[in-house]
Design a binder for this molecule. Structure first.
Ligand code: FES
Length: 135
């Protein structure tokens, strides 16, 4: 599948992934982000994603639901020039929203595009309906 973004979205660097409709679905404390999945329906399906920003986070975070029980969390800052990222449906990859289209694998390694290095992938686990992300 392809991440559909038009040239204007690319030029302006407008990412496809939204912030949570319910900002109360996540907290940040002592270096750990906790996401209550019951309050984050955006993450219910594979390739579902959210961007978490603010609340004194040291970095923007992109959370992506993978296949089955897999989860991914990335520092949401392209290694080329810092734009935000979006999941590429059906691939397990994430891609910069800008024209350079830097694309990274599920571990944050660079695959293609303008960037010359990878991005940070944060450790993420799920237990009893909650995600824990170490940042
Ligand atoms: S900022 Fe991501 S490719 Fe340029």
């Amino acid at each position: 599948m392809i991440l559909k973004r038009n040239i204007f979205q690319r030029l302006l660097g407008i990412c496809a992934t939204k912030k949570p409709a319910d900002e109360g679905c996540w907290t940040f404390e002592a270096g750990t982000v906790t996401v209550d999945l019951a309050r984050a329906p955006e993450l219910a399906q594979p390739d579902g994603a959210l961007r978490l920003e603010g609340k004194n986070l040291p970095a923007r975070i992109l959370v992506v639901k993978g296949d089955g029980d897999t989860w991914h969390a990335f520092k949401n800052r392209c290694a080329h020039a810092g734009r935000r990222l979006d999941p590429v449906p059906g691939t397990g990859q994430v891609q910069c929203c800008s024209v350079g289209k830097s694309t990274y694998d599920a571990d944050g390694n660079i695959l293609s595009g303008s960037a010359r290095k990878g991005i940070v992938a944060f450790p993420i686990t799920e237990k009893e309906g909650r995600l824990k992300i170490g940042v």
